[in-house]
Design a protein around this ligand. Structure first.
Ligand SMILES: Cc1cc2nc3c(=O)[nH]c(=O)nc-3n(C[C@H](O)[C@H](O)[C@H](O)COP(=O)(O)OP(=O)(O)OC[C@H]3O[C@@H](n4cnc5c(N)ncnc54)[C@H](O)[C@@H]3O)c2cc1C
Length: 367
């Protein structure tokens, strides 16, 4: 008899992994939580390569905003922008750009829904119970579902991480601010470029994107510490790029990169952010999840054994995720450096910016 897989989660990872399992020898159920997709994410060359092996390029292109360059700039005490480094992406054959989370999820979801054999439940799973060779899922409507395997793609706060790791409580949280603007002036200044702006209170990442078919600008502000809020600027030019009226949303991201936890227990396999909470400094959270999906897709080409798939993933892929998290932590520290270390960082970016980007980012993008 066909084994059943239940995917918990309604975000990017859930629909991504569901699209890997359709047309395989499993019956697939998706327990879709709430759909709260905010803003956009960067798709780096490795993510693009993976994504285009999963969905049709032509479906992505209309909602994808490509970047031509990466600019690293400093906002000085007079609120003047000083260019430290300009990295040209047009020399690379690879594609780098952005896509809104809503569009990304919709494209993956449409692909899954086109397969009539997948069952979708609008349901929040509260408890996972291990019961003799089967797993029982309990939802908020007090329904019980039986399944052979679970893929927990319900993020860091979900029931799956609690079942596998023992707790879904996160400590040492880092505050990160996110915003979007539909202002044309901002978009025109952000056009085609990924900008990293270093400031005495943190750093901004600004890039163009498409939100609900409109040209938009996506903002991230990473403060030096959790007590700092995004700065307000007097300079007219800076206000075009970073309007003071931005409606910032706060995300709390786990900062425990040294904590190595399990990702599999009694038939429940964690996937996406639930498995590897990732610091966003390298913009690799989602891109690495796309690579994880390709790893599993390739495995399933020749072998439908779920437990062997998980074992192979843990042995061959988990290490890469640890490395990315460590690199991300180092990049985050460098970008947030102040005073004397910040001064030397700026000098290094000015003199060796291109080489630094190649050494740090290219290695990740090519993986
Ligand atoms: C500030 C910031 C910037 C980022 N920028 C980038 C970037 O540029 N590029 C990139 O690649 N990545 C980026 N990331 C990372 C990327 O956003 C995440 O890796 C990705 O969103 C993780 O998706 P996920 O589906 O695993 O988890 P989540 O997005 O957390 O989704 C979890 C889903 O599970 C559902 N759920 C939760 N509990 C239950 C339950 N009990 N039952 C059913 N469903 C449940 C939720 O409703 C939600 O839909 C960034 C992250 C942050 C915070």
């Amino acid at each position: 008899m066909m084994k059943s897989i239940s995917i918990i989660g309604g975000g990017f990872s859930a629909w991504l992994i569901a699209s890997i399992f359709i047309k395989k020898k499993f019956s697939v159920n998706v327990f879709e939580g709430e759909n709260l997709h905010f803003g956009s994410q960067q798709i780096s060359p490795n993510g693009w390569k993976a994504l285009t092996q999963i969905v049709d390029k032509e479906d992505i292109k209309p909602v994808f905003e490509a970047f031509n360059a990466i600019h690293i700039k400093k906002i000085n005490s007079e609120e003047i922008l000083e260019l430290l480094s300009n990295y040209d992406l047009t020399n690379n054959d690879e594609v780098y750009g952005s896509i809104s989370r809503e569009n990304l999820v919709n494209i993956l979801k449409q692909q899954v829904l086109s397969n009539k054999d997948v069952k979708i439940y609008s349901s929040l799973i509260n408890h996972i119970i291990d019961s003799d060779n089967k797993i029982e899922l309990l939802d908020t409507k007090k329904r019980i579902f039986e399944t052979d395997f679970v893929i927990g793609a319900d993020g860091t706060q979900g029931a799956s991480r609690k079942f596998v790791v023992g707790s879904n409580k996160q400590t040492n949280l880092k505050k990160i601010f996110r915003a979007i603007s539909l202002d044309t002036s901002s978009y025109n200044l952000a056009k085609k470029t990924l900008q990293i702006l270093l400031h005495s209170q943190g750093y901004f990442v600004i890039y163009p994107t498409i939100i609900k078919n409109k040209k938009a600008t996506n903002y991230i502000f990473v403060p030096t510490d959790n007590n700092v809020s995004p700065p307000i600027f007097d300079s007219e030019l800076l206000n075009y790029l970073i309007p003071n009226k931005l409606n910032w949303q706060i995300s709390l991201v786990g900062n425990n990169t040294n904590e190595i936890t399990s990702i599999f227990k009694k038939g429940v396999f964690l996937f996406g952010e639930a498995a590897f909470p990732t610091l966003p400094h390298l913009a690799q959270g989602g891109n690495q999840i796309l690579e994880d999906a390709i790893f599993l897709k390739d495995f399933l080409e020749n072998n439908n054994n779920f437990n062997e798939m998980v074992e192979s993933f843990i042995q061959n892929r988990s290490k890469q995720r640890e490395i990315i998290n460590q690199k991300s932590k180092i990049v985050g520290k460098a970008l947030s450096s102040q005073k004397i270390t910040g001064y030397f960082r700026n000098l290094a970016i000015q003199s060796k910016g291109k080489k630094l980007i190649e050494d740090i980012f290219n290695q990740v993008w090519i993986s």
